[in-house]
Design a protein around this ligand. Structure first.
Ligand code: HGY
Ligand code: MN
Ligand code: MN
Length: 398
C-alpha cells in the first residue's frame, strides 16, 4: 500500500488548528471542550470521506468503522491542559492514513478510533477505560475535574453525536502509533521505537484540612497550615521511597490547590494529586502503603483532617508478540538499523484495549524528549517514516 505523506501531514496540521494555543504548535483541547468536540466533528467527516462508518459511544469515543472484521488503529484527540500537537493526534491521523491507503490498495480492513479523555481530565484514560469495561459509565460519570465539574455534565456537550455502543469483537487487534514523549529514541539516535510494554499507574487526590487563620497574628507553633502538611508529606515520601524505587520509577504531585489561596491567610485546606508509575505491581502497592502511612503520620503531627479521593489505576501490560514482530519487520524495512525496542513510561489507551484484544505500539522520537508542553514536536520525516512502518506492519498482520 502507498502512504500519501502529503495528505497525512495536511490532516495532522489541520487537527492542531482546533484549540491552537498560539504558542508554537501547542494545543489546548481538553476532553469535551469546544475545540475537542469541533475536532471530533471534523474527524467524523474525514472518517466518512475515507469510506468508514462513524459510530460514537456514550463516553464520546469516536470510531470510523470498516465493513466486517477489521484491525483497529488509533489513539486520542483530546489534550492535556497545555498539550502538544502530536500527543494522541498523531496516532489518530496515522491510523486514518493507513485506513485510506489500505482501502485504496485493496488491502486489509482497518478501522480508526479517537478515544475520549485519554489525558484524564476526569481520571486516567477514562474513555477507553469505560469502553473496555475497566470502569462503568455510572462510576465514570461521578468523576470530577479539578474545577469540580462532573463527567456526566461535561459529556452532555456531545450527547447529540452519540450513536450507541461499539462491539469490540469486530476488531482483530489494536495498533497505536504515538510520540515517545521521552528522551530515549533521540538519545540513542533511533528513528523508530517498537514498544515492549507499558508501565502501570496509580493516581489519587489527598486532602489535608487544618485551620484557616491570619498570616500575621498566628504564631508558627499554633498554626495548622495545610500547605506545611503537603510540604512535610512530600519530603517524607521522597525519603521513604529511597529503598523501594528504581531509576525508572516516577511519582508526581502535579496539582495542588490551597484554600483560600491568599497571601495573608494561613491555608486551612490543601487538595493535591499524587501519581506514581512503575512496571512492577508489587512496587506500586508498596508505594501506596508508604503514601497512606505518611499521610496519616503527617495529619497527626500537623493537626490535619485527612481524606482521600478515589484511587484510579492501570496495571503494567506487555505488548502482543505477534504484532510486535510485524512492527519490527516494518521498522527494519523503513529504518534499517535505525530502530530499537523500548518500554513506555507514558500511559496509553492500548493498556485498556489489551483487555479485549492483542495490542502493540510504535513510537517516533520527541525532540528534546519534551511532551505535555506546547513545545512538543517531532521531525516530519520521522512522522512519515512511522506511518510507513505501520503500513508495512498492517500488510503483515493482515
Ligand atoms: O500521562 C500519560 O502518560 C498520558 O500521556 N496521558
Ligand atoms: Mn497520549
Ligand atoms: Mn498525554
Amino acid at each position: 500500500m502507498q502512504i500519501n505523506a502529503e495528505r497525512f501531514l495536511t490532516d495532522l496540521h489541520h487537527l492542531r488548528t482546533f484549540g491552537a494555543s498560539g504558542i508554537g504548535k501547542g494545543v489546548v483541547r481538553p476532553a469535551y471542550s469546544e475545540p475537542d468536540v469541533a475536532a471530533r466533528r471534523w474527524l467524523a467527516q474525514r472518517f466518512e470521506q475515507a469510506g468508514l462508518r462513524v459510530e460514537v459511544d456514550a463516553m464520546g469515543n469516536f470510531f470510523g468503522l470498516a465493513e466486517g472484521p477489521s484491525l483497529l488503529m488509533g489513539s486520542h484527540s483530546d489534550s492535556q491542559p497545555e498539550g502538544g500537537w502530536l500527543d494522541g493526534a498523531l496516532g489518530v491521523i496515522a491510523a486514518l492514513e493507513v485506513a485510506r491507503a489500505s482501502r485504496e490498495a485493496g488491502g486489509p480492513a482497518v478501522s480508526v478510533v479517537s478515544f475520549q479523555d485519554e489525558e484524564g481530565r476526569f481520571g486516567v484514560t477514562t474513555g477507553s477505560a469505560v469502553w473496555s469495561g475497566h470502569l462503568t459509565l455510572a462510576d465514570a460519570d461521578q468523576l470530577m475535574d479539578h474545577a469540580g465539574i462532573p463527567l456526566y455534565t461535561a459529556r452532555l456537550t456531545m450527547a447529540d453525536l452519540v450513536t450507541g455502543s461499539i462491539d469490540p469483537s469486530q476488531f482483530t487487534a489494536f495498533v497505536e502509533m504515538h510520540i515517545e514523549q521521552g528522551p530515549t529514541l533521540e538519545a540513542t539516535g533511533n528513528q523508530i521505537g517498537v514498544v515492549t510494554d507499558i508501565v502501570g499507574i496509580r493516581d489519587m487526590k489527598i486532602t489535608f484540612e487544618g485551620q484557616q487563620n491570619h498570616a500575621g497574628t498566628t504564631p508558627m507553633h499554633l498554626r495548622r497550615d495545610a500547605f506545611q502538611a503537603v510540604s512535610a508529606f512530600n519530603a517524607e515520601i521522597n525519603e521513604r521511597f529511597r529503598n523501594v524505587v528504581t531509576p525508572s520509577t516516577v511519582w508526581t504531585i502535579g496539582h495542588v490547590s490551597l484554600h483560600p489561596n491568599a497571601s495573608s491567610i494561613v491555608p486551612g485546606k490543601a487538595v493535591f494529586s499524587i501519581q506514581w508509575r512503575d512496571g512492577d505491581v508489587t512496587r506500586l502497592a508498596r508505594m501506596e502503603e508508604i503514601i497512606r502511612t505518611v499521610a496519616e503520620e503527617v495529619a497527626a503531627e500537623h493537626g490535619m483532617a485527612l481524606s482521600y479521593g478515589p484511587m484510579l489505576g492501570l496495571e503494567p501490560v506487555a505488548m502482543d508478540p505477534r504484532l510486535r514482530v510485524a512492527l519490527e519487520q516494518g521498522a527494519e524495512k523503513v529504518a534499517s538499523g535505525n530502530w530499537c525496542t523500548l518500554p513506555s513510561g507514558a500511559l496509553h489507551d492500548a493498556t485498556n484495549v489489551s483487555r479485549m484484544m492483542p495490542v502493540a505500539m510504535l513510537f517516533v522520537p520527541s525532540i528534546n524528549g519534551v511532551s505535555h508542553a506546547f513545545e512538543e514536536d517531532t521531525d516530519e520525516a520521522d512522522l512519515v517514516a512511522g506511518v510507513q512502518v505501520l503500513a508495512h506492519a498492517v500488510e503483515l498482520i493482515g
